[in-house]
Design a protein around this ligand. Structure first.
Ligand code: HEM
Length: 374
């Protein structure tokens, strides 16, 4: 008998995509984010549950993978199904659609790995292997593929910048060798901006709002509602903020954001987030080195590079705020109809609150550190 995990993966790449796409096209034709109580649409939702339910039940009967990566991958596969059930507001009781089996397996994996027992964005961006060149998507809509592609590229570029900056702690800010790392970090952050711009050029606002965003909503696992997935659930952006000295874990506003996201990030990122409270920032290193040794020519060269990095970080994040969040979520939410019972944000709080939090983060990230460069 075929492996239940392989069967689930095959289904997620086949009929699951067909059903979701058919539902999305029906919603899009009416520019609404969900339709309920219409026979042909309810029949598609029933098909989703009738096919997905037995696959979940089979998972509950098997021995779960011991390897952490395999477990994390399985959590994402199950989460794709649960997220789709939630997105379509499928009319089902706790006993239907294999939900109890899906919850039991997700809870076991979540507890073992110290992560929330649900699908998070990393399952789509970083733990999503391509088969024949195609990674898992909820639908066959080109906009969804574009959304995942540029999000994943942006996240990878943030990791690259974080890694370059991390290495500077052991080299010192006035080293000629550090100059190479500063250049690497700046190039990576320029890539983030470029990927965000490519995303904004290619992603249709209405398609995102009606057909993509709703898959990232809050869903329930057992007795608990777990907040939705968002593309910010990875450690690198916070590592960059703190390492540059733009944000600090001593700031209660910022520390609360990092704490809140910590169980939504991939398992390896948790250690990085925990280490942030002890990080010495590069801005502090520049000041200490200048106080002790004066501003040597290499100190000045590297300080200019550091300021260029801060500028690139601010520019990429300001673009996210102005051209992605405002254009794809805030603006359409004022004019488009939403039939969903949950709000339009992925985290749950009202949009105004989320916008206020994101604006404050933008202000921190676009601030220019004062290095007193002579
Ligand atoms: C169409 C594209 C995008 C839209 C509409 C969007 C929208 C949002 C929204 C609404 C939030 C707040 C989530 C909530 O709490 O409800 C958020 C958070 C976040 N997003 Fe995006 N986003 C997009 C793409 C990206 C990309 C490509 C990246 C990075 C590679 C990114 C990085 C972040 C980060 C880091 C956060 C967490 C808050 C923070 O630390 O700034 N987003 N985004």
């Amino acid at each position: 008998m075929a492996d239940p995990i392989d069967d689930l993966d095959r289904w997620l790449r086949g009929d699951f995509v067909r059903i979701n796409t058919a539902l999305e096209e029906a919603y899009f034709a009416e520019r609404i984010d969900v339709i309920s109580g219409r026979p042909e649409i309810d029949a598609l939702k029933r098909e989703l549950l009738q096919q997905g339910g037995p696959l979940m039940d089979r998972l509950a009967a098997m021995t779960l993978p011991v390897d952490p990566n395999a477990g994390y991958r399985l959590l994402g596969l199950i989460g794709h199904y649960l997220a789709a059930c939630e997105r379509h507001e499928s009319p089902l009781s706790d006993r239907e659609g294999g939900r109890q089996a899906a919850w039991a397996v997700s809870t076991k994996i979540g507890n073992a790995l110290g992560v929330v027992p649900r699908f998070v964005f990393a399952h789509q961006s970083l733990f999503n292997e391509a088969v024949g060149g195609r990674y898992r998507t909820f639908t066959a809509l080109p906009d969804e593929e574009i959304f995942i592609r540029y999000n994943a590229l942006g996240v990878l570029a943030y990791y690259r910048a974080a890694e370059a900056l991390r290495a500077i702690a052991n080299i010192g800010v006035s080293s000629v060798v550090a100059a190479y790392l500063f250049d690497q970090a700046e190039a990576a952050l320029n890539d983030v901006l470029r990927f965000n711009q490519d995303l904004a050029r290619q992603l249709n606002v209405e398609r995102f709002f009606f057909n993509i965003r709703p898959y990232f909503k809050t869903y329930r696992v057992g007795d608990t509602d777990y907040r939705g997935a968002n593309a910010g659930d990875f450690s690198a952006i916070n590592e960059i903020d703190v390492t540059l000295g733009l944000c600090s874990m001593n700031d209660p506003f910022y520390a609360a954001i990092v704490r809140e996201k910590s169980h939504h990030v991939p398992p390896d990122d948790l250690g990085v987030l925990r280490s942030l409270a002890k990080r010495r920032s590069i801005a502090e290193m520049f000041k200490a080195d200048q106080d002790a040794n004066g501003a040597t020519p290499q100190w000045k060269t590297n300080a200019a590079k550091f300021l260029a990095i801060c500028k690139a970080h601010g520019a990429a994040y300001a673009f996210h705020h102005q051209r992605l969040v405002k254009a794809y979520v805030e603006a359409p939410s004022k004019t488009a109809s939403s039939a969903h019972s949950a709000g339009v944000t992925s985290s749950g709080p009202p949009l105004d609150e989320v916008m206020g939090m994101l604006k404050r983060l933008m202000e921190l990230r676009t601030a220019r550190p004062n290095l007193n460069v002579p």
